[in-house]
Write a protein that binds this ligand. Structure first.
Ligand code: ADP
Ligand code: MG
Length: 238
């Protein structure tokens, strides 16, 4: 688990300010869902937390540690994207274990970690397959496997299900939530799907043009939207 504190995060690209004074405390073990219209800064905020993008101002603390200036891999964070580019020439086993191979861990340790991750994700029987021999849902699970194999304290999900069909999306959101519980992780999950937000979140954060306009439980946000924007955004089925 990890606590995340964001203070005064500002980020501009050229003349346009994409994040304006973002302040947010994410609790240990929380599943926080970040919603907002396309272009409002959701991915940029995740990338700042992951260390893939530098903020112009503000601080990111993970478990009380100021991580500014730390490389992504030094932050104990794993990110799952919507375009889960798997290595096509590698097996499932090699895809999941790749980051551990890079860090030079002993082979027996890597094998054990990969098998643990595969078991959690129901991939054990598929470890020797190549990505092209997998369904969309199975590929998405391999992408998750690559993230969980390092046992990060913090997961950042950027619209991980948007390439899947509706039925699989419903199944995967239950699985992701269950995995979060089982791993005792803290998760920040970006989606533009209101139903996903309502069903998965402990708390929802609504972002509009780089600013947080509401934070609350799904029920609070739904029953008591802070503005017309939130009401329309949360109320309109995705
Ligand atoms: P969201 O994920 O909410 O759709 P993003 O965080 O991807 O939004 O983008 C927010 C804004 O920042 C958009 O206007 C986008 O075009 C712009 N932006 C994002 N990344 C870059 C970049 N590397 N260079 C320039 N503009 C960017
Ligand atoms: Mg995005």
């Amino acid at each position: 688990m990890a606590r995340v504190d964001l203070k005064g995060i500002v980020k501009s690209f050229g003349k346009s300010q994409v994040l304006s004074q973002i302040a947010l405390d994410i609790r240990d073990g929380e599943f926080l869902v970040l919603v907002g219209p396309s272009g409002c800064g959701k991915s940029t905020l995740l990338r700042v937390i992951a260390g893939l993008e530098d903020a112009d101002a503000g601080t990111v603390r993970i478990d009380g540690r100021d991580v500014d200036g730390l490389e992504p891999r030094e932050r104990d964070v794993a990110m799952v994207f919507q375009s889960y580019a798997l290595y096509p020439h590698m097996t499932v086993r090699q895809n999941i274990g790749f980051s551990l191979t890079l860090s030079g861990r002993p082979k027996a340790e890597i094998d054990a970690a990969v098998e643990d991750a595969a078991r959690l994700l129901g991939l054990t029987a598929l470890l020797d397959r190549k990505p092209r021999q997998l369904s969309g849902g199975q590929r998405q699970r391999v992408a998750m496997g690559r993230a969980i194999v390092r046992k990060p304290a913090l997961f950042l999900f950027d619209e991980p299900l948007s390439n899947l069909d509706a039925k699989l999306r419903v199944q995967m959101r239950t699985e992701i939530r269950a995995l979060h519980e089982r791993l005792g992780a803290t998760s920040i999950y970006v989606t533009h799907d209101q139903v996903e937000a309502m069903t998965m979140a402990d708390r929802i954060v609504v972002l509009d043009r780089g600013q947080i306009v509401q934070i609350g439980t799904p029920l609070e946000v739904y029953a008591n939207p802070a503005s017309r924007f939130v009401a329309e955004f949360i109320g309109a089925p995705g």
